[in-house]
Design a protein around this ligand. Structure first.
Ligand SMILES: CC(=O)N[C@H]1[C@@H](OP(=O)(O)OP(=O)(O)OC[C@H]2O[C@@H](n3ccc(=O)[nH]c3=O)[C@H](O)[C@@H]2O)O[C@H](CO)[C@@H](O)[C@@H]1O[C@H](C)C(=O)N[C@@H](C)C(=O)N[C@H](CCC(=O)O)C(=O)O
Ligand SMILES: Nc1ncnc2c1ncn2[C@@H]1O[C@H](COP(=O)(O)OP(=O)(O)OP(=O)(O)O)[C@@H](O)[C@H]1O
Ligand SMILES: N[C@H](CCC[C@H](N)C(=O)O)C(=O)O
Ligand SMILES: [Mg+2]
Length: 482
């Protein structure tokens, strides 16, 4: 491929490279560079890619894309750009021949509910006969094929490569979670979404965004690249984003006046039901996932589908057959007279929602087991502790991906929010031991809610992912009991 093709549309400040030269692949990590590749130097949070330009040249980089020329100069032709992240996104789209342009793109942002909503929409679109690509926290999918992932929203190069795979496999639609990180870090730069949707905004990721306003502004960026917006009008931050009118919006909520409104809501132990009222039409909706928040996820999926031209009646029919999502209010089979749930609640709001949902169907005690991620928003820890204590009958505080922090220090932050509670709690640092203890003390009618790990099958400690699947931990407990 010629350099000029890959640079098409990229804003350039200075160029010493010959536009007609042939280039290899596009790399943003010097360690991956091979002979003839273009190396894009990105200034990051941990380190600065410009420091590795020399290393990339040693490995054979033919052209460097950078924001500045480091001291000592660059010994191969280079292209200087105002933003390396944007240049990478644009170059990646050029490299793969703009795959997103030939598919209908749907992007979902918000603190909670993105994964669940994308899965609901996948079911809806597949019922309409479409082949669908899905990109998100749990995994990426091309139709039924599963592709493992590390990120909720991949880096722009990997994202465009994934789009190309989806296009080549015949996907007509791509449903993707658009994380706030990805919006700020230009991973989705240049993509036009047919529909962009917002689920809600509550505290998370303040380590990265610093303030809730900055976090909201990050989410709002999605609507500057969406043709139609879908907005939860019951959410206060959603209403602020709506008022900016970055694109035409379809609104949903429980309050009257929304374009799609949920009325006569019924919450059951294993499902929800409501009437979806839109443009005078009233369609009964039922979905086999419990929790008040499921009403919102269903409404969000209904609104996205409506924005794509699918009738509400057809959506309601598809939702009747929709399954739950791995690690989201997932019931673990135990053959006991108590219930074990695995859920991905990892924010104060998530903890509140799942415990309230579980309370609705728990006859005995509610046992909340959780930890908080290391190297992530510290200020959410005491809040999660306080809410878990307030809404559980017994808490077990443990570890959840301590990463490079000391597990005990993270737990201390959580306990700060629990010090005034009358709810009994125990600290068991080792998560499998904590789960076994919860199973040891469970009685008939109790519900144990294992929060935070959801679909994850690892415990990340000091950059190493140790295998930990909560389903297996529960199964091993009963195996040992036999
Ligand atoms: C805060 C954040 O998102 N950071 C991401 C960002 O890292 P960074 O810009 O700080 O990169 P850096 O490590 O400083 O390195 C700078 C540059 O030097 C390069 N480099 C580095 C070393 C070397 O030897 N040679 C070299 O060329 C790196 O490849 C990079 O291009 O860009 C990297 C490359 O794409 C990402 O891997 C990295 O994700 C980190 C690991 C991460 O944990 N991100 C999480 C917080 C995240 O993105 N989460 C969201 C939301 C989760 C959710 O709510 O579901 C997600 O979308 O997953
Ligand atoms: N609409 C919602 N409102 C509030 N809480 C929700 C909602 N949907 C799900 N939850 C709770 O949040 C958890 C995470 O849900 P989900 O994985 O769908 O969200 P997400 O936005 O994809 O999260 P992430 O940011 O980690 O990708 C669930 O396990 C549940 O406890
Ligand atoms: N994907 C989110 C949630 C992770 C949940 C929890 N398991 C943790 O590690 O904090 C994140 O990276 O912040
Ligand atoms: Mg997700």
């Amino acid at each position: 491929m010629k350099l000029e093709k890959i640079l098409s549309g990229v804003e350039i400040v200075e160029q010493t490279a010959d536009a007609a030269c042939e280039i290899g692949e596009l790399k943003y990590d010097s360690r991956q560079v091979k002979s003839g590749d273009v190396f894009v130097a990105i200034t990051g949070f941990e380190t600065d890619g410009h420091k590795y330009i020399g290393k990339a040249i040693e490995l054979g980089a033919g052209v460097i894309v950078c924001e500045y020329v480091p001291e000592g100069g660059i010994s191969v032709p280079y292209v200087r750009v105002p933003s390396s992240r944007r240049a990478l996104a644009q170059m990646a789209a050029n490299y793969f021949d703009h795959p997103a342009d030939s598919m209908t793109m749907v992007g979902i942002t918000g603190t909670n509910g993105k994964t669940t909503t994308t899965y609901l929409l996948k079911t809806i679109l597949e019922a309409q006969g479409h082949k669908v690509g899905l990109i998100g926290t749990n995994q990426n999918m091309i139709g039924d094929e599963i592709l493992p992932t590390e990120r909720t929203t991949p880096e722009s190069f990997e994202l465009q490569r994934l789009f190309a795979q989806m296009r080549d496999a015949g996907c007509s639609h791509v449903l993707m979670e658009v994380s706030s990180h990805s919006l700020v870090l230009d991973r989705v730069y240049g993509i036009t979404f047919a529909v962009g949707a917002f689920t809600n905004l509550t505290q998370d990721h303040l380590d990265f965004h610093k303030t809730m306003e900055a976090y909201r502004d990050a989410k709002a960026l999605l609507f500057h690249q969406s043709k139609t917006g879908v907005m939860n009008r019951d959410d206060a931050d959603g209403r602020i984003i709506l008022a900016e009118q970055a694109c035409p919006f379809l609104t949903y909520g429980e309050e009257e006046g929304c374009d799609l409104c949920a009325q006569d809501i019924q919450l059951h132990a294993d499902s929800i039901q409501f009437n979806c009222v839109a443009e005078g039409e009233c369609v009964p909706v039922s979905l086999g996932i419990p929790g008040q928040f499921t009403v919102y996820n269903a409404l969000c999926a209904l609104s996205c589908a409506k924005a794509l031209g699918i009738s509400i009646a057809a959506v309601a029919a598809a939702l009747r057959c929709a399954h739950g999502v791995k690690g989201r209010v997932e019931v673990v089979p135990t053959d006991t007279d108590y219930t074990v749930l695995i859920d991905y609640a990892h924010s104060p709001d998530g903890v509140e929602n799942v415990l309230k949902a579980a309370r609705g169907f728990t006859k005995g005690r509610l046992i909340g087991l959780f930890g908080c991620g290391g190297d992530r928003d510290r200020t959410k820890r005491p809040k999660m502790g306080a809410i878990a204590a307030q809404l559980s009958d017994l808490c077990i505080v443990t570890s959840d991906n301590p990463r490079t922090e000391k597990p005990e220090a993270i737990i201390d932050d959580i306990l700060e929010g629990m010090k005034d509670t009358k709810t009994p709690y125990e600290v068991i640092v080792n998560r499998p031991e904590a789960i076994w203890h919860a199973l040891d003390i469970a009685q008939a009618g109790d519900t144990i809610v294992l929060m935070g790990k959801g679909h994850e099958t690892y415990q990340e400690i000091n950059h190493v992912k140790h295998h930990l699947d909560e389903r297996e931990v529960v199964a091993e407990y009963f195996e040992k009991k036999k």
